[in-house]
Ligand binder design. Structure first.
Ligand SMILES: N[C@@H](CCC(=O)N[C@@H](CS)C(=O)NCC(=O)O)C(=O)O
Length: 198
């Protein structure tokens, strides 16, 4: 299978982390989203004209959450907790990240470079407060017993916050730091830095 990703694409990074966590073999095709021709490339490789896309012989799966769900099933369910209640919470949190936090997404664009610390608007503060509430319930270095979709999805946001000088305190802060120190996440950042530098 081939994962089509974009440079500086946080959704691509989340899908990549899930594929790595699921330990499936995959090739990668990179679209430089900063290149003049990037829309043509997207058109050519993605029916939704967005990345990420997972391409298989007779199947194209677009959208990071659908890709995560697919590899989870393929690899015997490593991305979610075994417990049905915990699994429901994990699904809720992945869905919330996937459809929410739009202020942070819009006002704090993802960057691998240093950025100017953001002025904390009430809208940003609201979303950070929600994150604080979520993260304060992490079981340990990972949200549940072992690394899964929640860690993969929220690690990218933990990084985005940190680049804008937003580091949480207490238990939520410890979880944010654990995500930033997570070897697989560090590998993802190093990989995306390489992609961005050509
Ligand atoms: N909900 C989608 C979002 C995908 C998305 O917005 N991808 C962006 C890059 S992060 C993209 O392909 N942008 C291309 C463009 O803006 O033309 C997912 O989770 O995969």
């Amino acid at each position: 299978m081939k994962l089509v990703v974009g440079t500086s694409s946080t959704w691509s990074m989340r899908a990549w982390l899930c594929l790595k966590l699921a330990d499936v073999d995959f090739e990668e095709f990179v679209i430089d989203l900063a290149a003049d021709s990037y829309t043509e490339q997207l058109q050519q490789h993605s029916a939704s004209k967005l990345v990420p896309v997972l391409q298989l012989a007779k199947l194209q799966i677009h959208d990071s959450l659908a890709i995560a769900e697919y590899v989870n099933e393929l690899a015997d369910y490593p991305l979610y907790p075994n417990d049905v209640n915990q699994r429901a919470i994990a699904r809720s949190l992945a869905a919330e990240l996937h459809s929410g936090f739009s202020t942070l997404r819009n006002e704090c664009p993802f960057s691998l470079d240093k950025v100017i610390p953001v002025v904390m608007s009430p809208a940003i503060a609201n979303e950070v407060a929600r994150l604080e509430c979520i993260w304060s319930q992490a079981r340990g270095e990972f949200y549940f017993e072992q690394a899964g979709i929640v860690d993969a999805f929220y690690s990218v946001l933990a990084y985005r916050l940190a680049t804008y000088g937003i580091t949480l305190e207490g238990h939520a802060g410890q979880y944010q730091q654990s995500l930033l120190q997570w070897p697989l996440f560090k590998q993802a950042i190093a990989h995306w830095q390489k992609l961005s530098n050509g």
